[in-house]
Ligand binder design. Sequence first.
Ligand code: ADP
Ligand code: MG
Length: 415
Amino acid sequence: MAYRALDPHSVIDYLRATPSLANVLDLDAPMHAREVGDGNLNLVFIVENGASDKSLVVKQALPYLRVAGESWPLTRERMRFETQALLKHNELAPGLAPQVYHYDEEMSLVVMENLSHLEVMRKPLVARKRFPRFADHISTFLARTLFFTSDFYLTGLEKKELQAKFINPHLCKIQEDFVFTNPFMDSPENRWNPLLDAEVQAVRRNSALKLALAEMKASYMTHAEALIHSDLHTGSIMANEELTKVIDPEFAFYGPMGFDVGAVLENLVLNYLSHFAHTPDPEVRRDYQAYLLDLIRDIWTQFAAKFEALWVENNRGELMPAKYWDYPGGDEAFAEFRRRTLAHILRETAGHGGAKMLRRMMGIVSVWDITSIADLEQRAVAERLAIRIGSRWVMERHSIHSVDDLIGIVREEAE
Ligand code: ADP
Ligand code: MG
C-alpha cells in the first residue's frame, strides 16, 4: 500500500484491512481512534474496541519533522529503526518496552501495545510522584540492552551485523546538531529565557567548556559501543508504581553507552531543579529532592552492579574472551578491565548528561519541567543552576570517580 498519512478515520480502515491484528483487536467490531501524539516527530493513535477492553497504538512517521512543519523533511525510515529497536528491547529486557504487533514499511508505521494505563514520567515527577520500581527497572533496561549489544557479549561479526541494521544517519544528525553544536553557537532556532542572556553568551565563549563539548560530540559520533536508545529522557519512559516501559527509540544506533545513562540521570537533575519553583514549601521540596538524588544514586549503582554481573556470567564476546584471562593473575586483570570500563561509562555519563542539560537551557527544545514554570525569574533560578551543574559535569568528568561525585556537584551548586 502506497504511503499516506493516517487520520482517526483512515487508521480504522487500515486496521480492519490488517488481518494479522485479529488477535489483539476485534477487527469487525466498532472501533474508536484518537490522535494523542504530543511528541515532536510523529503521529500516535490510540485505537480501542468499544465493547471489549481491546486496544492498541499506531505510531506513524510523517515525511517531515512535526514540530517544524513540512519545511523540514525527515526520512520516514525512522519507523524501521524504532520497530527494530523495540523488538530488540523486548528480546533483551522483556517487559520493559511495549510489545510490537505489526510493522508496515511502506506506510512507515508500527502497531504496538497500548500503554495508556501508564503515565509519561515527566509530568508525575513534577507532581512529586514516586516510582518505587523505577531504579530497578531502568537499571535493568540499561544494563541488559547495553551489555548484550556490546563487544563484551557479541562476537565481532555479530556486533557489526547488528550495527549495520542501525546505521541511522538522519536521526543521528538531529542529535549531533541540536545536542552538541547549535545550542552553543549562534543559530536561529535557539531559544532561551531572556534573563539568561549573560549566561548563554558566557557558555558560548568558554573555551574549556567548548573543548569538552567537542570531545563529547566526537564520542557520540565515533564510539560505537552498544545499541543505544539515544533519546532516553523522562518523556520517553512510561511508568506507574509497578511497571516501567521505555518508548520512542527511533534515534537508536550504535553509540556511547554513557549517552543513555546520562540522559536518564540528567533529566532527574532538571526535575530536581524545577522543584525550586514547583514546590515552594521547603520541607516538602527537600524531601522530594532527596528522593530524586537517591534515585540517581540507585540507578547508577544498580546499573553498574548488573552490567558487571552480566559480564562475569556471559563473557562470550571477542573483547576479550574468557580464555584470554585464563592465566595466574588473569582473574584480577579481568576484574580491573571491568572496573576501568565502568569508570569510563561513568565519565561519559557525566559528559553526555552535562551536554544534554546545557542544551535544554539554550537550544531548540527545553523540558516541560522547566518551561512549565511561568514566572521567568523563578525559572531562571533553576536554569542558572542547570547551566552551572551541566558545565561542571562536562568539564570535570575526568575527576568523577563515583556517582557521589556527580551528586556532589548537584548538591554544591543547589544547596
Ligand atoms: P514522538 O516520537 O513523536 O516523540 P512518542 O513515541 O514520544 O512520539 O509518543 C508521543 C506520545 O504518545 C507519548 O508522549 C505518549 O503520550 C503517547 N504514546 C506513545 N506510545 C504510546 C503507547 N505505546 N501507549 C500509550 N501512549 C503512547
Ligand atoms: Mg520521538
